[in-house]
Write a protein that binds this ligand. Structure first.
Ligand code: S3P
Length: 445
């Protein structure tokens, strides 16, 4: 089948689901606020619904947090900073690393004890990175060890703290928004000021939301300070309403951005996508590769920028990705590898060792996926080098290893390849972040 056999597709996609990072934080901050708030375009995926259920468990009256599945909205009665109650059971984040790390920052700062865990993949994800700073703040968290590893793993047993955490000054050893957020959330329960120094910036949704909720937070270059001096108040729109609309998830949109670039005869418009620069940097990387992408920022009531992204089929040339932007494209690297497979030249990813501790070892699973598709790729400790070969022209079999972003990347490659009959094993994990992915993908048949 030649390129001209791809029928022309020119469509608008206006239903990419809400942002995963912001949805988790909406449940957390909405619960800790003094007032009530609602969030539309909430992500109804397994990860975020687990966070919703956890915050239901942490209320004496679980009916004070509700959701409307049909219009994708959650309604949250704010309980104030001291309003959470002890859960009656072990809390379960499912597959969500963001869930467990963020929520542990809150739980470790409460008067009561809690146990929190997740699925078998979560039980292999490192938690020392949050346990260390939280322990320095006086919190008490005990986890599990794994043979041959020097880290701490869930289930985590958290003992309540009577006078709240103490303030610390913390130099971040890794660029991680999850770790930074766990510390910031704990600092909300302290009257003193905690200081976080980032070597490399990471995504900043927590800082933006805390500011919007009136927290005592300052941002000065790579230094963030925060304390619990101010009560949290969910912001009100200029219309007087306090329903916040969560932008659609850039990381989910990224799969369709790449599909439109590498599938011949294609042009798409993605509506209302989150454009926070610490999230949407893949656009700049792809433009450096020659991608035809236009962004139109929308005006509207929102605490984060959002807009429409217009993408059309482009001839791409691979590049060496600047290591400074890695934390801003950390979730998009598997789909960037698929784009690179359809491009000329060599894509080099370095300084991305954080990929090894995601839902899978994403360096290993990305390399295995690209090889299965017939691509030439070499694995390095902190990244990989991929020589583009203009596509993916064989039947292939890929195992997601329980990683949603690997499964979705494999589906995208198969849609843009020629006469492919892929076998993608273990793809149920797509439901953790993007339950409507396969439905939206059907539009490209
Ligand atoms: C997230 C931070 C990122 C990202 C994850 C979501 C967040 O992890 O991979 O999917 O919502 O804070 P890091 O902790 O590596 O920045």
């Amino acid at each position: 089948m030649s390129n001209t056999n791809f029928k022309r597709i020119e469509i608008t996609i206006d239903n990419i689901p809400g942002d995963k990072s912001i949805s988790h934080r909406a449940i957390i901050l909405g619960s800790l606020a003094e007032n009530s708030s609602a969030y539309s375009n909430f992500l109804f995926s397994e990860d975020c619904l687990n966070t919703f259920n956890i915050f239901r468990e942490l209320r004496s009256d679980p009916t004070t947090i509700t959701k409307n599945d049909a219009n994708k909205t959650v309604f949250i009665k704010g309980l104030g900073l001291n309003g959470l109650s002890q859960a009656k059971k072990i809390l379960d984040v499912g597959n969500s690393g963001t869930g467990i790390r963020l929520i542990t920052g809150i739980l470790a700062s409460q008067l009561f004890d809690t146990e929190i865990t997740g699925d078998s993949s979560i039980q292999k994800r490192p938690m020392k990175r949050i346990v260390d700073p939280l322990t320095q703040m006086g919190c008490s968290i005990k986890g599990q060890s794994l043979e041959g590893k020097n880290d701490i793993y869930p289930p985590l047993k958290i003992t309540g703290i009577s006078d709240g955490p103490t303030a610390i000054e913390y130099k971040m050893p890794v660029a991680s928004a999850q770790v930074k957020s766990a510390i910031l959330f704990a600092s909300l329960f302290s009257r003193e000021t905690t200081t976080i120094i980032e070597k490399k910036p990471s995504r900043n949704h927590t800082e933006i939301m805390l500011k919007a909720f009136g927290a005592d937070i300052t941002l000065n270059g790579n230094i963030i300070t925060c304390s619990g001096k101010n009560p949290l108040v969910a912001p009100t729109q200029s219309t007087g309403e306090n329903t916040l609309t969560i932008p659609s998830d850039f990381s989910s949109a990224a799969f369709f951005i790449v599909l439109a670039l590498i599938r011949p005869n294609t042009k798409i418009t993605l509506k209302n996508i989150g454009l926070n620069p610490t999230r949407a940097t893949l656009i700049d990387v792809l433009k450096d590769m020659g991608a035809k992408i236009n962004v139109i920022e929308n005006e509207g009531n929102n605490i984060e920028p959002f807009g429409d992204i217009i993408v059309e089929t482009s001839a791409l040339k691979n590049i060496t990705v600047d290591e400074k932007v890695i934390p801003f494209i950390i979730d998009e690297i598997p789909i960037l590898a698929v784009a690179a497979l359809f491009s000329e030249g060599t894509l080099k990813i370095t300084n991305a060792e954080e990929l090894r501790v995601k839902e899978s070892d994403r360096i290993e699973t990305t390399v295995a996926m690209i090889r299965a598709m017939g691509g030439e790729i070499s694995e390095q400790p902190d990244g990989f080098e991929l020589i583009g070969n203009n596509g993916c022209n064989k039947e292939f079999e890929v195992d997601s290893h329980g990683d949603h972003r690997i499964a979705m990347s494999a589906y995208i490659a198969s849609k843009a390849g020629n006469e492919l009959q892929p076998t993608i094993n273990n793809s149920d994990c797509i439901n953790t972040s993007f339950p409507t992915f396969l439905e939206l993908l059907c539009q490209f048949s």
